[in-house]
Design a protein. Structure first.
Length: 103
């Protein structure tokens, strides 16, 4: 994320905990549900100033990789969990955008 946003407490935003976990996993080059979620949302997040590093062995498209990861852990809930995560990252992006526009 751009240094001008370093003072923003992401935990106070809806879905901020997911973003923090995803950023940590991306930094460690770990392919997790949260890192994949950030990659799905990368066009929007990057336009908001986030710097995301893509793990070298990630499946494309990111949407499929996230769904497959969710399916591995809980097959019967994968579709529902996928949609829930997408709603949360959209809420995060909207809240973050409003916050930075006020700054």
């Amino acid at each position: 994320m751009d240094n001008k946003f370093k003072d923003i407490d992401l935990n106070k935003l809806p879905g901020g905990d997911l973003v923090i976990a995803g950023l940590r996993d991306l930094e460690d080059q770990k392919i997790s549900e949260m890192s994949l979620l950030l990659l799905v949302a990368s066009p929007r997040l990057c336009s908001l100033g986030f710097k995301l590093s893509i793990p070298s062995k990630v499946e494309l498209p990111f949407e499929h990789a996230l769904y497959n990861k969710l399916h591995e852990t809980e097959p019967s809930m994968a579709y529902s969990n996928y949609n829930s995560l997408i709603r949360k990252i959209v809420s995060f992006a909207r809240a973050f955008e409003v916050l930075i526009l006020k700054a």
